[in-house]
Design a binder for this molecule. Structure first.
Ligand code: FES
Ligand SMILES: [Fe+2]
Length: 396
């Protein structure tokens, strides 16, 4: 984040604290509960948001060296991501071109050749068919025509994007716009190292899980004993970048920065910036690392979803540059994992209860407040991307 922007958001948060204000959209929005429960809506989302829209599947750190790979089935089809011999990021359908067997079953690892478990046709990290056993018995195979099916794949700003549809190209400039592109670049996420992954299933529509990241209005109640002692609730800065956004959450050590000169200020000492990348990604930044949250529907089922959460750490010297923030004696990974387990134990439990409410018939719609701009923004962009009418505004 540019330093002048860091100062703007830090001063904005201090101003909110001093005046007991928060971001204010100026009106409320109503979202029909059917957005969370209707199977037809879920099928439309699966098609438009998860089958034909570029997806972040990881960070560069997931493929640390040539030959590194990971597999992914979050989008309903088997995907194999590799770093090829030249170091380039590649993505393929993880399907052998002989008889269609799924080629690689391990979640991640390092291989120079992927050998099919059925008859051992073998493929390089670039997807080329490199060996067919007993070709003199099988018959000649035109290897040039039997490589793995490539998917569009882009590595930029330390993030890995894949298009689940081989015919839908990835235009990052168009998806992100120049401002967010510059800001993501400035975080140097390519310096991160993968630490571990965890999966949280949740009995709710996937957007109810996303909604728990959409405001800090709930911090003083839902997180009273967990996050609230470290965060100021109902206090944030909010900025949009096309269909994406940045929520800047306010942490209590911001108070210690007030009397320091601006050139000593670092945004991570007083805030937790959280980037949302349309449609399902949260990137939670801190001095020592980044947490990537990918939230997926259960195919076309509106009632179940899950979060795939990955933790990455930055080199120690990055943290030193930011300066002291955390009083706790926790390691950075403990802090990230504890944050994630609070999300699981509190936010996702609330989201599942919200889903019970949504299917109960008690309400026709839920209401997004003036102080919940993220909910306004991404539910509006969902409707726009799905070709649905805009949400209805209600009074101030
Ligand atoms: S199906 Fe893969 S080698 Fe036969
Ligand atoms: Fe929360």
């Amino acid at each position: 984040m540019r330093h002048d922007e860091q100062i703007r958001v830090l001063e904005g948060l201090m101003n909110h604290l001093d005046n007991d204000t928060n971001v204010d959209v100026g009106h409320q929005l109503k979202n029909p509960v059917t957005a969370y429960t209707d199977p037809a809506r879920a099928a439309l989302e699966w098609e438009k948001l998860f089958q034909s829209y570029p997806q972040v599947l990881g960070l560069s750190a997931d493929l640390p060296e040539p030959g590194s790979f990971f597999t992914n089935r979050d989008l309903g089809k088997p995907i194999l991501c590799t770093r090829d011999k030249s170091g380039a990021f590649r993505a393929f359908l993880n399907v052998c071109t002989h008889r269609g067997t799924m080629l690689e079953s391990e979640p991640r690892g390092r291989k120079n050749v992927f050998s099919c478990p059925f008859h051992a046709w073998s493929f390089s990290t670039s997807g080329d068919l490199v060996a067919v056993p007993k070709e003199d018995h099988f018959g000649t195979v035109d290897k040039a025509c039997h490589g793995l099916t490539s998917l569009p794949a882009v590595e930029k700003y330390g993030l890995l994007w894949v298009s689940p549809d081989k015919d839908v190209p990835i235009d990052l400039d168009d998806l992100l716009g120049p401002e967010l592109s510059d800001e993501l670049a400035a975080w140097n996420m390519n310096e991160a190292t993968w630490h571990n992954d965890t999966t949280y299933p949740h009995a709710c529509n996937w957007k109810l899980a996303v909604d728990t990241y959409g405001e800090t209005y709930h911090f003083s109640t839902l997180h009273r004993d967990t996050l609230f002692p470290r965060f100021y609730g109902n206090c944030q800065m909010y900025d949009t970048y096309k269909r994406n956004h940045r929520m800047t959450l306010c942490i209590r050590p911001i108070d210690k920065m007030r009397n320091e000169p601006h050139d000593k200020w670092h945004v991570l000492r007083g805030t937790v910036p959280v980037y949302y990348l349309f449609p399902n990604i949260q990137l939670i930044m801190n001095a020592g690392g980044v947490t990537l949250v990918r939230i997926y529907p259960d195919a076309k089922d509106p009632h179940n979803s899950r979060s795939e959460i990955s933790f990455y750490t930055f080199p120690e010297e990055r943290r030193l540059k930011v300066g002291p923030i955390f009083e706790e004696n926790y390691s950075i990974t403990t802090q990230m994992e504890s944050f994630a387990s609070i999300i699981q134990a509190e936010d996702y439990v609330a989201a599942a209860k919200g889903h019970i409410g949504a299917t109960s018939g008690a309400l026709l719609h839920v209401t997004f407040g003036r102080n919940e701009p993220a909910l306004h923004h991404y539910h509006s962009t969902f409707n726009e991307a799905l070709g649905l009418p805009p949400l209805e505004k209600v009074g101030g």
